[in-house]
Design a protein around this ligand. Structure first.
Ligand SMILES: Cc1cc2nc3c(=O)[nH]c(=O)nc-3n(C[C@H](O)[C@H](O)[C@H](O)COP(=O)(O)OP(=O)(O)OC[C@H]3O[C@@H](n4cnc5c(N)ncnc54)[C@H](O)[C@@H]3O)c2cc1C
Length: 443
């Protein structure tokens, strides 16, 4: 590793073109690289994974509705026919601003323009026990881990004689009433109502709780009142216990402790309650806001750092309409990337840059079969039509014809059969800290 750090990343062809290095091939970084394809730049796209992940459908991987490969797309394939975009799987460790150089785990790289698009990770707000024992869902591997954990717990529960000793294995508690929490809770309730009783007929599912905990007074806080109330009603109809105005105090892997409420037994605590931007060493501290986002101007350039830009979840661009910054959603990252690409191209033609203005296309969340809420700028609707709209929009947004086809087939099969077929327990070699405790206890 040390040796790699002292050498340049090998096999990057030399080029007279200005070098744009993009860190992160998520929504923002990948969009930017695609927009700069075949343009007068040498573009080097770096990501610690060699695939792009479609985060809005992670919850379907976690609840056995979709294969991980259906929502992940190999990055190299996207640039097969490109002669100016190079992809490297590399984890960026730090920046030397004055030398215009970044350090990665496979070597260093110099840049003319640097774009930070590293997205965000799970925020546990300093709660160490929750970080140790709860399951986050910020990557496709974490979503797959949740699927394995739930199935593993049921395989364990069926071998336990006393029903009270099975409770913690069967209950699922989700923290965070944003779209991810709502979608996870709805999908878990549907598994409980329609699928798990067929797989484990010896177990009684009447006592299996699916609980959604939200610290604020409503679910889907960023959506309209009608979306909030409809989604709450849908969740409750599916049998989800929704606890609003409820704060989680602690979790020991067996029980969730709440402020002013009885603890809940569960070995499955899914944490969808907050995110924090990913950081890399070497960037000056004054660029960061208190919430860890990086201040950028209306052109996405970091305030005070020439030719270094930040896009998407990691960035904080304030304007009149969004004084606290834009929402951390895919559309913002995509639109900022598009604007930055256009400005970089304009700069090669000595044209004026254009400021970014976010166009809010609306938001949506699905709770279950035929149950969704959609807020568009000009209309809000719920129920079956909202669900069909949600399906269509997500299918269109997925990269790759094969992935679209596979997802369409999986969704059709699941809709007709009530029987998602992906309930395989694929055990990773990697053992989490929380499981190590469990294994030691079991011994
Ligand atoms: C479960 C879930 C559901 C969501 N649902 C929705 C939704 O329905 N609609 C919506 O609009 N938004 C949704 N979001 C939010 C949306 O996914 C983000 O706003 C969006 O991905 C931000 O894009 P980005 O380009 O900033 O970062 P990301 O898309 O997160 O990409 C960051 C990339 O950087 C890479 N990376 C990070 N650190 C390094 C490093 N040091 N070196 C190299 N590579 C690195 C990562 O591997 C990743 O590929 C959801 C998010 C989650 C987690």
């Amino acid at each position: 590793m040390q040796e790699a750090a002292n050498n340049p990343i090998p096999n990057i062809p030399s080029s007279p073109l200005p070098k744009v290095v993009i860190i992160g091939a998520g929504f923002g970084g990948l969009k930017l690289a695609r927009e700069l394809n075949k343009k007068p730049f040498q573009v080097i796209l770096l990501d610690k994974n060699n695939y792009h992940q479609f985060q809005p459908l992670f919850y379907q991987v976690a609840t056995a509705g979709l294969e991980p490969s259906a929502i992940s797309f190999p990055l190299r394939k996207i640039f097969h026919h490109s002669n100016n975009v190079i992809f490297r799987m590399a984890e960026v460790k730090g920046i030397d601003q004055s030398a215009k150089r970044i350090q990665t785990d496979v070597g260093y790289l110099d840049f003319d323009h640097l774009v930070l698009a590293m997205g965000a990770d799970t925020n546990y707000f300093g709660a160490k026990n929750i970080e140790t024992f709860a399951s986050p869902m910020k990557t496709v591997s974490e979503a797959l881990y949740i699927r394995n954990k739930i199935i593993h717990n049921y395989e364990k529960a069926i071998n336990i004689a006393q029903s009270e000793n099975r409770r913690a294995l069967m209950n699922v508690v989700i923290v965070g009433g944003g779209p991810t929490g709502v979608e996870l809770a709805g999908a878990m309730a549907e598994l409980r109502n329609n699928v798990l009783p067929k797989d484990y007929p010896e177990l009684s599912f009447k006592n299996m709780k699916v609980v959604l905990i939200e610290a604020g007074p409503s679910v889907l806080a960023a959506m309209s009142d009608v979306a909030k109330s409809s989604s709450l009603e849908y969740l409750q109809d599916l049998g989800v216990e929704v606890l609003l105005d409820t704060k989680v105090k602690d979790y020991d892997g067996k029980k969730v402790y709440l402020e002013d409420k009885e603890p809940i037994e569960t070995e499955t605590l899914l944490w969808a309650a907050g995110i924090k931007p990913n950081k890399i060493a070497g960037l000056q501290e004054e660029y960061y806001a208190r919430n860890g986002r990086i201040y950028v101007d209306e052109y996405s350039e970091i305030r005070g750092a020439k030719n270094i830009y930040a896009l998407g979840d990691i960035s904080l661009m304030q304007d009149e309409a969004y004084p606290k910054g834009h929402p951390q959603v895919a559309q913002v990252a995509l639109q900022q990337a598009d604007n930055l690409a256009k400005n970089l191209i304009r700069s090669t033609k000595d044209k004026q840059k254009k400021a970014f203005h976010y166009k809010d296309l609306g938001s949506m969340a699905t709770v279950g079969r035929k149950l969704a809420v959609v807020d568009l700028p000009f209309i809000k609707f719920q129920g079956l039509f909202a669900w069909l709209t949600w399906l269509f929009v997500h299918l269109m947004a997925i990269l790759g014809v094969k992935n679209k086809l596979f997802i369409f087939m999986d969704w059709s099969w699941n809709y007709l059969s009530f029987d998602p077929s992906l309930r395989l327990l694929i055990k990773p070699k990697y053992v989490r800290e929380s499981e190590r405790h469990e294994l030691i206890e079991e011994k």
